[in-house]
Structure formats: structure tokens, C-alpha cells
Ligand binder design. Sequence first.
Ligand code: SAM
Length: 323
Amino acid sequence: FSPPDTDSATRSTDQDALHARLSASRLGYIPDPWAALFLSRPQGVQNRPGLINVGTWLRTRSVDLLVEEFIARVEGGGKVQVLSVGAGSDTRFWRLATGPLKDRLAKYIEVDFPEITSSKARSIWKHARLKVVLGACKLDAGGTALHSEVYHLLPFDLRQPPAALGALLNLDAALPTLLLAECVLPYMPPEAGGALLHWATAGLGLGGERVPVGVVLYEMFGLGDAFGGVMRENLAARGVSIPGTLPSLHALQERFEAAGYTQSSALTLQDIRTHYVPRSETERVATLELIDEYEELDLVLRHYAVAWASKGLAGEGEGEWGL
Ligand code: SAM
């Protein structure tokens, strides 16, 4: 008998996210020509149930919009650096690097466990369509890391002190920096997530305390109620532990305040679906597939949130950086 390898169960959640992205893009919820390139047999992946597709659409669009808005808020059209922690097989870099904001990226760094980064590096190396977006690039650290001028992929266990991460990153102390953690912090002890958020406001270990910093998170929360209990049990049955989930939307924002951010907001996916999606987009999505589990959809969407915060961003306090 050996104890369950909870890290391997945690890593397996990346495949869930990737399959969900592939399904949502095939069905027309989100444009993602890149997701299939990170799978050896994309044709073997079945489409996901409607509620997963809707959740993937809302989360991906919301995080995309917040990233675009952060870059737009940087004064003088200057460059930014993006640090995506627990990035898994995320494709956002390729979307950004082939879109209108591509010249605004000074650096885009993705970090995850070495098992995940080496598999991602292999996919990039194998597919000319992915590689050509990077320009000249090289594999490093036994194939667990990959570097190009803008894009960098690095192995790191995020439960270690963020100063150790900072030492690997070669960030620019003068550039506005956006930290992305999409469905990652719940899998880590709360202190590790808090330390990462605080490290960003404290100047990323570079002494750049006056440089604008933003953070965008997407995560599950409030698993203390009956439905949340079912979600927690489903994850536990797969060996996935979620020590970093917070009890409420309010707690998500309090964590930002504790870490020194001066502006913060959080919305559930249900709030976003009801109040923030333009009518034309809601109507378009309603034609994509028949959804008959609306009650369950509401319950699920109420347990997921997009939260964002900033410090030192232009126009802070005069109109929100937000959705
Ligand atoms: N951010 C991606 C997305 O939204 O598609 C992947 C999300 S997946 C649910 C969670 C990711 O966090 C996995 O790739 C996992 O390996 C990574 N992760 C969790 N804990 C980590 C840790 N301690 N160190 C590095 N990566 C971690």
C-alpha cells in the first residue's frame, strides 16, 4: 500500500481544463485553434457536458478581458510582463501573441510542475504552428524548460517561497506585471497562495514597489454548503486535495487586501453570466447546444469566481479595471 500521490492528482486537473477548452472551442463557445496541439489524440476527447462548456466560456472570456484591460491601462502603450502560475496547458499566450496586443508583451512566463512543463515543451517543439509564434527558442533544464525572446516555460513547485521563483524568472523591475493564477491557488496551502500574492505587491523581489502590479485569479470557493460538499467529495475521490479554497467571495477579496493590493473586485461566474455578458453574446451561445441542466448550472457557477486586484495601476479609483 502506498499513499495516494496527491501531486499527481493535482496535475491531472490540467487535462480536465485542456479537454474542457477543446470541447468549448469545437462547439463554438471560444475560439481556440491551439488547444488540440497540446494533446496527442485530440480526436479521442469527447465533448464535455453543456454546463462545463458554459463555465469554460465564461471563465476564459472573463480572464481574457481582464488581461486585455490590464494591458490597455498601462500608461503610454508600454510593455508588460505576464507571469502565469500553474499555467498547465493554457493557450492564452498563443492567443495574445497572435492578436492586436502582441507588441505589448515584453515577457510571458508560464510556471508549473516539471511533469507538466516538460510535456508542454514537447508539444511546442513538435508543432511548427506553436513554435513559429515564439520565434527562435531553445529547450533547457533537461527538456523541462523552454525559452524564447518573449515566452518562457519553467518548472517550479509553487509551494516553495516565491523568492526562489523570483530568482529563476529574470523579471524586469521597471515593467508593469500581471500575475495570473487560473484555477491554481485552491490546490495549494493558503499560506503559499498568500505569499505569492504578497510577493507581487512587494515588488516581485526586485525592489520595484512602485511599478504597477495586477493579479487575476479564477477559482472555486464556498464549498461548505451542500452542493460544495459534493464538489469537494468528487475531487477527494480522485485524490485531489484543495486546502486553499476560501469560504466566500468576500474572503477572496480580503486576501487581496491582506497582500497589499489597493483595488480589488470579485464576481461569481453566475454574476458574470447574468449581468456582464452582452445580450448578443448570450444569444449566440444559446444557439450552440441545448442545455437542460439549468438548475445545476446555477449551482456550479455560484461556486466559481473570477477575482482581480491591482496596485499602482493608472486610473485606479477612477473607474474600475474590470469587466
Ligand atoms: N491554469 C490552467 C488552466 O486554467 O487551464 C491549468 C489549471 S489546472 C486546474 C491546475 C494547474 O495548477 C495544474 O497544471 C497543476 O499542475 C498546477 N499546480 C497546482 N499546484 C501546483 C504547485 N504547487 N506548483 C506548480 N504547479 C501547480
